[in-house]
Design a protein around this ligand. Structure first.
Ligand SMILES: NC(=O)c1ccc[n+]([C@@H]2O[C@H](COP(=O)([O-])OP(=O)(O)OC[C@H]3O[C@@H](n4cnc5c(N)ncnc54)[C@H](OP(=O)(O)O)[C@@H]3O)[C@@H](O)[C@H]2O)c1
Length: 173
């Protein structure tokens, strides 16, 4: 199985088209940075002056929705622990008005569902209309067990709607 990570969606599509025309296998798994908090994608990066091509933007999400045979993997879904730890500050890409609104929604839904904030993030990723496989990191058995338990957390439509409705990044740009 072939996969690719951190490319513009148009480039992935071009490669898949070329592979299909040549009768070769194409990419089936795509790995991008994706999580519940929205992040600015317009800031120049070392990879591209046009913005962060490693973030699952609307362009990529619409592509995945159109191509359900592609398997999306979301790396760094817990933002390295930043959802719950003050020693892991968020970067400038999260510095917009949508971030506090989303963090508040997460806290509310977690309390309501009897789950942790990290578990709600993972359940949100796995159960969305474009289901993601979270590529979670863990430094202890306790962290791993907490993340694994998210598999059993199914967000009700009401809780998911509450999460989805909370501020996006566009409001702050
Ligand atoms: N394709 C790419 O460009 C790319 C880029 C980045 C990562 N990746 C892949 O994605 C994998 C995961 O990335 P990641 O480690 O950034 O994922 P992550 O799940 O966002 O962060 C994992 C880290 O968060 C902390 N953590 C986990 N559970 C926690 C909990 N319950 N409470 C508090 N803190 C918790 C731990 O940090 P501490 O060690 O500080 O406790 C853990 O090492 C990597 O191993 C890599 O293979 C791919």
């Amino acid at each position: 199985m072939l996969g690719a990570s951190n490319h513009w969606a148009w480039r992935v599509e071009r490669v898949r088209t070329l592979a299909a025309a040549a009768g070769l296998p194409g990419y089936e798994v795509l790995q991008y940075h994706h999580t519940y908090l929205r992040q600015r994608t317009d800031l120049p990066t070392l990879r591209s002056p046009d913005g962060d091509l490693g973030v699952a933007s609307g362009d990529l999400l619409s592509y995945l929705r159109e191509e359900p045979r592609l398997t999306p993997v979301a790396y760094s879904p817990l933002l390295g622990g930043a959802y719950v730890r003050s020693d892991k500050p968020l970067g400038p890409e999260f510095d917009h008005v949508g971030t506090p609104a989303r963090r508040a929604a997460l806290r509310e839904v977690a309390a309501d569902a009897g789950a942790t904030v990290n578990q709600v993030v993972l359940a949100w990723l796995m159960g969305g209309d474009v289901p993601m496989i979270p590529l979670v990191g863990a430094s202890s058995v306790a962290q791993l067990e907490e993340s694994l338990a998210a598999v059993d957390l199914e967000l009700t439509p009401g809780r998911r709607a509450r999460l989805d409705a909370a501020g996006g990044s566009e409001a702050g740009l």
